[in-house]
Ligand binder design. Structure first.
Ligand code: NAP
Length: 307
């Protein structure tokens, strides 16, 4: 029996684990992929306090994991398929490792990249279609690439891709970017970036060697054109990872988990932190704060309910 099981090993989960283990609660973190979450797939982070020169996503993830385990947090790899309540005890079922019991749960499962759902996206995944510039950018030296989206991820990762690519088209469905102003300015000043406004991709074309073009439609004129590119990087937002919860906690209209300011969900003893939570700002800085709050709330809940 654990005191706290944390599901998800990004900045929110690792911070929650740091706090629960320092509170001497028997704590386990379950992660299905690699610790660090989306930060691990981010090339460079320059808005996390304390790293004034910036830090790579991989290094920041490793530091967070090292810091959390220093105080006794256990980390296991596994995929959670079900969470249920049996009185005050919570049961977590893993795909291949049976069922674990815990007094409190912290959900920090984050979110997954949204798909375009257009022709060619599935066929060429891993052969020119990517959702991670850090992972795949270096394969496209001196090639032309296209990035889809106008948010922080699309524009920041588009700038990163200019390290390798000859040209990076950023295709956005409106005539104004959503990304932070400082990031927009950098993109506009970058001679390798070409912004394609009011446009959406409609098909990804290629052959046995992978992607060789992306068909783009102007949403104002209806006109279609083809961009000859070796790869397409898709950054059109994320969907929360909540499939295994099956109605256990209340969600908002976009399927993010609703909490109060103590990070409590609608289910007693289940707390939430990070990108899976309904909130206005998704940042590493906000995720770690929520992880800390969720941990302290879980500690209080255990004190009050398991005397
Ligand atoms: P986002 O902010 O939700 O932006 C998604 C972008 O994709 C938007 O520009 C959106 O267009 C476009 N889009 C959505 N669906 C589309 C579709 N079907 N076809 C074409 N375009 C589509 O997502 P994000 O950039 O991944 O960022 C997620 C969160 O993480 C945000 O809160 C962001 O601020 C944060 N983040 C922060 C940093 C940082 O601070 N350094 C870095 C990365 C991410 P519209 O603009 O028209 O809606």
């Amino acid at each position: 029996m654990y005191d706290v099981i944390i599901i998800g090993g990004g900045p929110a989960g690792l911070t929650a684990g740091l706090y629960t283990s320092r509170a001497r609660l028997k704590s386990l973190l379950i992660e299905k992929g690699f610790t660090g979450g989306q930060v691990m797939t981010t090339e460079w982070v320059e808005n996390y306090p304390g790293f004034e020169e910036g830090v790579s996503g991989a290094e920041l993830s490793q530091k967070m994991e090292k810091h959390a385990t220093k105080f006794g947090l256990e980390i296991m790899q596994g995929s959670v398929v079900d969470v249920s309540l049996s009185g005050a005890i919570k049961k977590i079922t893993l795909e291949d490792a049976g069922t674990l019991e815990t007094k409190a749960i912290i959900l920090a499962t984050g979110s997954n990249p949204r798909l375009l759902k257009i022709e060619g996206e599935d066929t060429f995944r891993g052969r020119g279609v990517s959702y991670c510039a850090t992972c795949d950018g270096a394969f496209f030296k001196d090639e032309k690439l296209v990035v889809i989206g106008g948010g922080d991820s699309a524009v920041e990762e588009g700038i990163f891709l200019t390290k390798f690519a000859e040209t990076v088209y950023i295709v956005h469905r409106r005539d104004q970017l959503r990304a932070a102003k400082v990031v927009q300015e950098r993109a506009i000043e970058n001679p390798k970036i070409k912004l394609v406004w009011d446009s959406v991709p409609v098909a990804i074309k290629g052959d046995d060697s992978g992607v060789n073009s992306v068909q783009v439609k102007n949403v104002k004129t209806g006109e279609e054109s083809s961009l000859d590119v070796g790869g397409i990087f898709i950054y059109i937002g994320y969907n929360p990872n909540i499939e295994f919860l099956k109605g256990l906690v209340n969600l908002d209209e976009n399927n993010y988990i609703i909490t109060d300011e103590t990070m409590a969900s609608s289910a007693p003893g289940i707390f939430v932190a990070g990108d899976v939570r309904a909130k206005p700002l998704k940042q590493i800085a906000t995720a770690v704060g929520e992880g800390a709050t969720a941990a302290v709330s879980a500690e209080k809940y255990i004190e009050e309910n398991f005397k």
